[in-house]
Design a protein around this ligand. Structure first.
Ligand code: FMN
Length: 334
C-alpha cells in the first residue's frame, strides 16, 4: 500500500533504504551482479550490470545475470511505489552502454503502478527454500493470480503437467548429470558456495551452507545440490515431493530486454506467492545447456523462449542469505 504522494527530494538515507530493498532480490548463486547509481538532481537511479560477477561457465551469455538484475529492478520499483513516488522506468536506455540495464526516475504519485506497493512486505520475507514441500496442490485461483503477475511484467507463466512435467524433470536430470562431469560448473559452484565455518559466517555473497537444504534422498522435485561432490558435516537427507509443482517463465523474444522483463516477472510471481503463503525455489540447470533449453517448452502451445523454472509449494520457509552492504553497490551523484 503506498503511504502518500511525495514531491520532495529523498534524503541519501532514503535512497540507501530503497537500494537495500532492491538488493534483497534473488540472483544466480547469490552473486548480486548489480550496481546502482543515483543522481540527486534528477531523482534518477541507474541500474548497472556488474559483469565481473557473471558466471563464465554456467551463464556465458549473461542471461541469468539479467534475470537477477530484473528482479532487483522490480524490487526497486515496488519500494519506490511504497514510498509514494511513481517509478518512471526505462529498460536499456542507452544502446551504446550495455551495462546500463535500466533507469528509474522518481516522479509524482504512484499512479497506475499503485498496486505494486502491496507486494512490499514480501520483499524481505521471500527466501529460496530448498526443503521438501507438501504434496498439497496450489489452488487454481492462486495459479491464475501468479500468471497475471507474470503477464503484468510482459512474460508468461505456465505450470507443466503430465508428460510435459515428466519431460521437464528429465531435462533437469540430464543437465545435472552433465554438470557432475563438467569442470566449468564445478568451478562456478566452488567460487560461489561456502562450506567452511569462517566464510559461512563472514561472506556477504554466494550461497552459504545453511541455505543448501537437506540432501535429496527420494522424490521427484528437482533440487540443485550446492554441495556438489563435497561432504557437508551434519547435513540431513530428506524425501522431496513426488509431484513437484513447477512453473516456467517465458517471453516472446530472447533479447537482453526480454531477460530483464522475465526477471521482473519472476520476482513479481515470487513475491505474490510469498504473500499467498507459498515457499519457492529455482531449478535452472537445463538453462545452462543451450541444447536443453529449447525442449523445455510445451510443444503443444509453447512458442516462447523459456527463461527459468520455479518450484512452488507449501512448506518450510528458507533462511535469509547475506547481501553486500549498500555502500558497496550504491554510488550517489549530485
Ligand atoms: C537466474 C537464477 C537462477 C537460479 N538457479 C537456481 C538453481 O538452479 N537452484 C537453486 O537452488 N537456486 C537457484 N537460484 C536461487 C539463488 O541461488 C538464490 O536466489 C540466491 O542464493 C539468494 O538466496 P535467496 O533467494 O534466498 O535470497 C537462482 C536464482 C536466479 C535469479
Amino acid at each position: 500500500m503506498s503511504r502518500q504522494v511525495r514531491q520532495h527530494t529523498p534524503s541519501d538515507e532514503q535512497v540507501a533504504a530503497l537500494v537495500h530493498d532492491a538488493a534483497a532480490a534473488p540472483s544466480m548463486h547469490n552473486a548480486q551482479p548489480w550496481r546502482f547509481r543515483y543522481f540527486r538532481g534528477t531523482r534518477t537511479f541507474e541500474l548497472r550490470a556488474d559483469f565481473e560477477r557473471a558466471m563464465p561457465h554456467s551463464d556465458p551469455e549473461t542471461r541469468g545475470l539479467h534475470l537477477g538484475c530484473g528482479a532487483a529492478l522490480l524490487n526497486l520499483r515496488i519500494a519506490v511505489v511504497h514510498e509514494g513516488w511513481h517509478p518512471e522506468t526505462r529498460l536499456l536506455p542507452d544502446p551504446t552502454d550495455r551495462a546500463l540495464l535500466a533507469s528509474v526516475q522518481l516522479t509524482g504519485s504512484a499512479g497506475d503502478e499503485g498496486d505494486l506497493g502491496a507486494l512490499y512486505p514480501a520483499i524481505h520475507q521471500r527466501h529460496s527454500s530448498r526443503y521438501p514441500f507438501e504434496e498439497t496442490e496450489i489452488p487454481e485461483t492462486v495459479r491464475e493470480a501468479l500468471g497475471t503477475a507474470a503477464q503484468d511484467e510482459g512474460a508468461d507463466l505456465s505450470f507443466p503437467s503430465s508428460w510435459h512435467l515428466q519431460d521437464v524433470l528429465e531435462l533437469v536430470q540430464e543437465a545435472e548429470a552433465r554438470n557432475i562431469t563438467d569442470p566449468g560448473s564445478d568451478q562456478d559452484l566452488a567460487q560461489w558456495t561456502q562450506t567452511d565455518a569462517p566464510s559461512v559466517n563472514t561472506a556477504d555473497d554466494g550461497v552459504p551452507q545453511y541455505a543448501f537444504g537437506p540432501r535429496k534422498r527420494g522424490g521427484r522435485a528437482p533440487m540443485r545440490d550446492f554441495a556438489g561432490a563435497r561432504q557437508v558435516a551434519g547435513r540431513d537427507a530428506a524425501d522431496f515431493e513426488r509431484n513437484p509443482q513447477l512453473a516456467l517463465v517465458s517471453t516472446v523474444h530472447d533479447r537482453p530486454e526480454d531477460w530483464l522483463r522475465a526477471g521482473q516477472a519472476m520476482e513479481r510471481v515470487l513475491l505474490l506467492a510469498t504473500l499467498r503463503g507459498l515457499s519457492s525455489s529455482f531449478a535452472t540447470q537445463p538453462f545452462e545447456w543451450t541444447d536443453l533449453r529449447w525442449p523445455l517448452r510445451d510443444p503443444a502451445s509453447g512458442t516462447g523462449y523459456q527463461q527459468l523454472l520455479l518450484r512452488l509449494g507449501y512448506g518450510p520457509k528458507g533462511p535469509r542469505t547475506p547481501r553486500r552492504p549498500v555502500t558497496e553497490v550504491l554510488d550517489i551523484q549530485p
